[in-house]
Design a protein around this ligand. Structure first.
Ligand SMILES: [Zn+2]
Length: 427
């Protein structure tokens, strides 16, 4: 049997191991926030990969946002160096999962296997992807011990909350330096026949309108900050939203609705603070002197961050000229530039070929509407040869009864192993 065929057969043979590994990972509830059980899951991965001959390093993101002695931000990186010089291929998965939410019909941390699907919070996003990359890498190392270069697997914290205690921290410490890592595959649940090249950009800002407090029975003696915010929203509806809908991208963003610029009003708070649920008193009659809105603007590779900001700043300046007593502040909260790996980058063409070999399909190239850890690898690590590729159906992420299909994990593990054979070949 040819080496590639032996790899494929061996992955099939380890189906039981793949299922058990995925279940074990799901059964460690790594909820974020707050960042539960990161040490437990990293220690689990350390034990497993050390036994398979990997050098394993545990890194706590000390001082990163969210890191505390109660909720330490642990990360794990495992590396196996080949027998010859060559490129390093790195599989990066986040270990955190989002809150459970309502509507589950199975135990969210049970890892139940039913009809070829493994259920649980994080099953598709992305413990199934992590498990698939581990099986692929272990099989590759066992069957091709004289491979060139190096293979790495990392489990990193906090992706769901920005990745600052995870990939961003590791990138700052040089773990994604192009001198030590040349190819990165992030097994996020993008469907097994799609390659995700990157993501749109993000601009978060808080707009505050100011007013003047007065007695609610005589609002004319004050100035209502909420009405000023109403004017902002009215102008957004009239000019900004239609303008954003007209901006279309050449990026292959999925789903279709995200092929344009978008803006979400994340929250608005004006006037008196919300009362605690157990408070039974009445509100006090006051004119609100402050109203704050958080906006979440997603932008395209064709747009520039200064333009994106200017659209909002210009709208506010215009209101300040035309509307009496309109006073405001804008605070930028967060920005991420769009990123898109070139289609002819080595990791892209290799994984595309592997998808063809394993599934007999031409892959679909996509761009994610939201960001993920590729942003840090690109911007901090300065490593552009990076994609997201992994099993699982994107639409199931963060939903109740999340699952990952065993067949999907096997197929994507085969793709990953084929890609390793190509990128880290034995002589
Ligand atoms: Zn994810």
């Amino acid at each position: 049997m040819e080496l590639a065929d032996r790899l494929m057969a061996e992955i099939e043979a380890r189906q039981g191991d793949l299922i058990a590994l995925t279940q074990d990972l799901i059964r460690i509830p790594t909820l974020n926030p707050p960042g539960d059980n990161y040490l437990e899951i990293c220690a689990y991965l350390e034990t497993r990969l050390k036994a398979k001959g990997f050098d394993v390093t545990m890194v706590r993101a000390e001082g990163a946002a969210g890191d505390s002695d109660r909720y330490p931000r642990w990360n794990v990186i495992a590396r196996r160096t080949g027998a010859h010089k060559g490129d390093c291929v790195h599989f990066n998965s986040h270990i955190d999962v989002v809150e459970v939410g309502r509507g589950w019909t199975v135990d969210p941390f049970g890892g139940e296997l039913k009809d070829g699907k493994i259920y649980g919070r994080g099953a598709c996003d992305m413990k199934g992807g992590l498990a698939a990359s581990i099986i692929a890498t272990e099989v590759f190392c066992d069957l091709v011990p004289d491979f060139a270069g190096a293979v790495e697997i990392s489990g990193t914290a906090d992706e769901e909350s920005g990745g600052f205690g995870g990939v961003a921290y590791l990138a700052e410490k040089g773990w994604f330096n192009p001198d030590r890592v040349q190819h990165v595959i992030i097994p996020e649940p993008l469907n097994k026949d799609r390659i995700c090249l990157g993501h749109r950009g993000v601009w978060w800002a808080e707009i505050e309108t100011h007013g003047e407090i007065a007695h609610g029975s005589m609002p004319f003696l004050g100035d209502c900050a909420v009405r000023h915010m109403g004017a902002v929203m009215h102008k957004m509806e009239e000019t900004l939203f239609p303008a954003l809908a007209r901006k279309r991208t050449e990026m292959p963003v999925v789903p279709e609705g995200a092929k344009q610029s978008t803006l979400n009003i994340n929250s608005i708070h004006g006037g008196e603070a919300e009362r605690p649920v157990d408070y039974t008193g009445m509100p006090a009659p006051c004119v609100p002197d402050s109203c704050r809105m958080i906006i979440d603007r997603r932008f395209l590779i064709e747009e520039n961050i200064d333009e994106v900001r200017e659209e909002v700043l210009g709208l506010l300046r215009d209101l300040a000229e035309k509307r009496e007593n309109f006073r405001y502040d804008v605070r930028e909260l967060f920005r991420v530039l769009p990123t898109m790996t070139e289609k002819d980058a080595p990791v892209v063409t290799t994984v595309a070929d592997a998808i063809g070999q394993v599934m007999g399909k031409v892959p679909e190239y996509v761009v994610s509407p939201g960001t993920y850890d590729q942003k840090h690898i690109d911007r901090i690590g300065k490593l552009q040869n990076c994609i997201a590729y992994g099993p699982g159906i994107l639409d199931l992420a963060h939903k109740p009864d999340e699952y990952v299909g065993v067949e999907d994990m096997l197929d994507s593990a085969k793709v990953m192993a084929r890609a390793l054979l190509e990128l880290c070949p034995a002589p």
